[in-house]
Ligand binder design. Sequence first.
Ligand code: SAM
Length: 350
Amino acid sequence: MEKEDILAWLRTTDENELIKLWQMADQVRQQNVGQEVHLRGLIEISNICVRKCGYCGLNIENTAIGRYRMTEDEIVECAHEAASFGYGTVVMQAGEDHGIATEWMTGLIQRIKRETSLAVTLSLGERTDEEYQTWFAAGADRYLLRFETSNRTLYDRIHPPLAGQPSDRIALLRRLKQIGYETGSGVMIGIPGQTYDDLANDILMFRELDLDMIGVGPYIPHQATFLGNPELTTYADKTVQVPNSEEMTYKTIALSRLVCPRANIPSTTALATVNTESGRELGLSRGANIVMPNVTPRKYRALYEIYPSKACIDETASDCRSCMSRRILSIGRTIGTGRGDSPNRAKHRE
Ligand code: SAM
């Protein structure tokens, strides 16, 4: 698929054409990653963040939220709960929290690997090369780092670098892959200032990076961010600006499946937030094959407010598990067993 084809799909409003896109994506998903939907238990281990991202409610300047960092025992308990639910993976995600020390994280990874058979995914933002290597050596299997947008100017605007430390997530992703991680990335759909051309380039970048995992979701404005001010939307011209809509998210999921047939693609919480009724199921029917039920203790969930009205914040881990299982089975899919590794894993580790 070439850029012109991607652009044509992103711009089409023809219902019949879109049905074709959903069917193609579903077929390619079935042929390449099968009927199983793998469940990854998500633990939001800290909401402390040093960054000033213009989209994210965890940004350091938001003083309206209480901050937390879970203890090692709390996290390990969540990992055991995930294992008891039959999940094959835990994803430990956090703001960019420099209080998460290298050695502490190393010990935590080693403990989870020793006490469970779970695959371990990290999503801790931009850390040093040494940390990435140390955590991989400690047993971490996968790393998720969204590049957010492939448009460098837009990226610099929405994701200001830390003083004296240029931020290049695309370079970091290449490095993570070289270290041996199964590597995941993604973008937000409809960031103010994101053009159709940008989104087409993002999808091509997924292919160029040969990603193992691709997570995309609609951008949801948060009032405690500088992008949350609607007057700052750069392209009021709707023929240029990508909408942060549900449909645009399905298109991006479907196109990601077509350009990266073997990738693991989640039907994300942001999608479930814009359509609580059936967003997860529609994502799964239009190219996705992963869901990430939340196993974070309930007392912390509302504090991990990257965007407002986030789905699933009032549920227990057990509620999330039942809800996800019901949704998966309702669309005739099966619940994945095992770790749900990337089909490319063996290739990366040669
Ligand atoms: N700190 C780590 C990082 O930056 O990679 C992981 C946590 S970060 C909160 C996880 C992802 O949430 C980001 O990569 C971003 O794509 C998404 N996100 C943040 N704010 C969002 C918003 N307002 N709408 C939609 N997604 C958002």
